[in-house]
Write a new protein. Structure first.
Length: 762
């Protein structure tokens, strides 16, 4: 990983920050009041698609005035980064005094997130390299000479592997040495921007390039030129193999080198198979696109064999630099399609055994189909993968839907419903539309973090829509009935004609021991509660097939919410949902149900007119069996072109997983420590923790994990926390006022919690 890679990761983290509040940022704002990053902005822009720089002087390759940026944002899919040189974060606090050049961007703060330090300050190069909280945690000298050297050599620093900077104290000479110390990096820098090398490099560095190029790389940059260098790099012989390896470690950091490689065109059979040449990769992508379309015309069994063959033939490209750069999306999709086919053999003679087989293996079919779609960005690629999915995935969905619909459904009335029992220390986390394959992927993510997870399968009430399914569990279900049919499939409060609205549902939750907790809060961890997170269902309805690309970030949001709840002190988090869904790029097949035969009609279910005559399957309504519900057969829908929907009876819609999550062994909620507040009174810091284990100490350090970096005197260092979880620390050296530091809670050598602070300042 290079320093640039870390900077790009900060943009990515900003884009998913606070997702448990369901605020999806449309843009990341990167303020740089002192213009410390401005000269390297082109390097960053080439490495990060969707990077726009405020530039009032005119429109350039990636920059322009604020009006131009607003126009570009309207066209951009994904989460763009808007770089604002000359604009400070604090200037967004009010319109008065906001820079005139950026005035059209002021409102973006309400649509996105800022990329900055946790204390609200801009990321400076020094802070990004040295900070323990979000930065790289490198050991930097703080003198002016080092700061100046870092600024002068910032372009070289960005391209430097982080590991090359670790393990020693970095001073001015270290940064200046980067300009000529690594000949491989120097060659890549020259290839990435020969014009900048010609006009901006020092005479010493130019001379070094010429000498090293001739001696070590068999290249005279001034005479041989960029094409010869690109040809040598794609051949990767001798020392050029090392250059290619360095390039391949972080190709996004070397967009200029990618542009240089475009000069190389295959001239013989060997070069036609050389994957280091961009043209070779492009040709093979084109061939794969055609092959996927052709597979879409085959019978399902033959198409399956073809997808496995294509996955094998494109495995190398799926793991190449072109995949890292997003230029081998079809090769990557082919791997998912191949794995999808391998997982398709499931069975079962009852709903229970079919569910067991699906949860053991079949869920991977749905997951891999989504993953194949999620890596795509170009419409022509989507069309090719859609053709393959319709030939293989759609028949598979239809076959198992028909099989399940012929079986006895296990949940027909509220008497069959799942039971949730309030227990102190347990919180219910409801995730709307949390399909079983998503739950399985979440289990894998939580396992990586060593959480213990118990999976409990269940079946959703019919029809599988939120109004029916969300309150369909006991004891809440005991307070509801369906004696009065609703066109929106809502039950009524027992003995009344009042529909179970959101407000009434939350009242029922509280009545039955589950007080409602807003998504921005964590509640009382010694009690019980019900909270919600996630936008899977709303995104599915609004985005259709494009939901697939949003799912990883949404899963991140669920993980973040789970972690926040445990950090707040909850002992157990139980995730529940209402229903799943069907998903098919290009649309699911349509079934005819004329409107005049229905009271209400949804994507996969309808309430029939009592006098209607039709041949579609009917099931009893969960809340009132005397009221029938029409279900679309198989995986058909009642509206043409529907890519995402639910309400019917399939494994994907009706089979759900509830997850009971507990912290890792040895890390129970009681043992977790959170710094709830840290308030300065002069140089005294009053600290409040979430709990007070007897062996927890507090310290103020410049490096979180380094006890030797403590800024406290011996009398204050490592104080034990008081029984009421409160403690006061005194910084006796008043010269430290205003210095950034880190408050840490430790047990032995382990850091249990930390908080970035500025000594003496709120």
């Amino acid at each position: 990983m290079t320093v640039l890679d870390h900077l790009l990761s900060l943009f990515q983290k900003s884009a998913i920050y606070n997702r448990h509040d369901l605020a999806r940022p449309n843009v990341v704002l990167w303020t740089d009041g002192d213009r410390l990053w401005e000269k390297v902005a082109p390097i960053i822009a080439r490495a990060r698609p969707g990077f726009f720089q405020l530039d009032e002087s005119g429109i350039g390759e990636f920059g322009g005035p604020s009006t131009w940026i607003r126009y570009q944002l309207g066209k951009w899919e994904g989460t763009p980064v808007v770089y604002l040189p000359g604009v400070y974060r604090h200037q967004f606090r009010g319109v008065a005094g906001f820079p005139e050049a950026a005035r059209h961007l002021y409102a973006l703060q309400f649509q996105g997130q800022f990329c900055g330090q946790i204390n609200g300050k801009d990321w400076t190069p020094m802070a990004m390299l040295g900070s323990e909280d979000g930065g790289l945690g490198l050991d930097l000298s703080k003198d002016k000479a080092t700061q100046q050297a870092l600024q002068e050599q910032l372009a070289a620093v960005l391209q430097t592997p982080v590991e090359a900077l670790q393990g020693r104290r970095l001073e001015a000479s270290d940064f200046h040495d980067l300009a000529v110390a690594d000949p491989v990096v120097m060659v890549l820098q020259w290839m990435g921007d020969p014009e900048a090398a010609k006009t901006s490099w020092s005479a010493e560095k130019k001379s070094a390039l010429s000498a090293i190029g001739k001696q070590e790389f068999g290249l005279d940059p001034s005479k041989d030129g960029l094409l010869v260098a690109a040809e040598k790099l794609t051949a990767a012989e001798g020392k050029w193999g090392t250059v290619w390896t360095r390039f391949a470690e972080a190709p996004a950091s070397w967009r200029g080198v990618v542009k240089a490689l475009e000069l190389v065109q295959p001239t013989d059979l060997f070069e036609n198979s050389n994957l280091r040449i961009p043209a070779t990769n492009r040709r093979q992508e084109d061939e794969l696109r055609t092959a996927l379309h052709d597979a879409g015309k085959l019978p399902s069994a033959q198409a399956q064999d073809q997808l496995v063959f294509l996955a094998k033939n494109n495995a190398d490209r799926a793991d190449s630099v072109w995949a890292d750069l997003g230029d081998a999306s079809l090769a990557m999709a082919s791997q998912h399609l191949g794995r999808m086919v391998v997982s398709m053999q499931i069975g079962g003679s009852s709903s229970e055994s079919l569910a067991e087989s699906y949860l053991a293996k079949g869920w991977k079919v749905d997951a891999e189909a989504r993953h194949a779609w999620a890596v795509l960005r170009r419409n022509e690629d989507m069309a090719a993968v859609s053709a393959a999915l319709r030939a293989v995935y759609l028949p598979w969905l239809e076959a198992f839907a028909s099989r399940l619909q012929a079986m006895t459904y296990p949940v027909r009335t509220p008497a069959d419903a799942l039971t949730l029992t309030p227990e102190p220390g347990t919180i219910i986390l409801f995730v709307d539309g949390f399909r079983a394959d998503l739950a399985k992927e979440l289990v894998e993510r939580l396992a990586d973090k060593r959480y213990a997870v118990q999976e409990t399968p269940s079946w959703a009430p019919l029809p599988t829509v939120t109004a029916t399914a969300k309150p369909g569990w006991k004891p809440v279900a005991d307070s509801l009935d369906g004696t009065i049919p609703s066109e929106h499939f809502q039950p009524t409060l027992s003995g009344t004609e009042k529909l179970c609205s959101t407000t009434e549902f939350r009242k029922l939750l509280a009545d039955h021991g589950w007080p409602w907790i807003e998504s921005s809060n964590t509640g009382d961890p010694v009690a019980t509660g019900w909270t919600e997170v996630g936008s899977f269902d709303s995104l599915g309805h609004s985005q259709g097939a494009k939901l697939a690309s949003h799912i990883p970030a949404e899963l991140d949001g669920v993980v973040e919410r789970v972690e926040a709840l445990f950090e707040a002190g909850w002992k157990t988090v139980r995730i529940v949902t209402d229903h799943g869904w069907l998903w098919m790029p290009g649309g699911l097949p349509k079934a005819d149900l004329p409107k005049h035969l229905t009271v209400s009609k949804w994507g996969r279910c309808a309430r029939p007119d009592p006098q209607a005559s039709h041949k579609l399957p009917q099931v009893p309504w969960f809340w009132g069996n005397e009221h029938p519900i029409v279900l679309a057969p198989g995986v058909h829908v009642f509206k043409e072109g529907t890519e995402y929907t639910h309400g019917g009876l399939t494994l994907q819609e009706a089979l759900t997983l509830s997850l009971t999550i507990t912290p890792p062994a040895g890390g129970s909620a009681e043992e977790k420590v959170t710094i709830k507040s840290a308030r300065w009174a002069g140089l005294r810091l009053h600290v409040q923790l979430s709990s007070a284990p007897s062996d927890v100490r507090l310290d103020i350090r410049s490096k979180a994990a380094d006890p030797s970096s403590s800024l406290l005197s011996e009398s204050q260092k490592g104080k034990y926390v008081a029984k009421d979880a409160k403690i006061t620390l005194l910084v006796e050296n008043d010269s430290l006022a205003g210095q950034a530091a880190i408050l840490v809670a430790t047990r032995g050598e382990a850091v249990l919690a930390k908080k970035t602070i500025t000594i003496g300042e709120e």
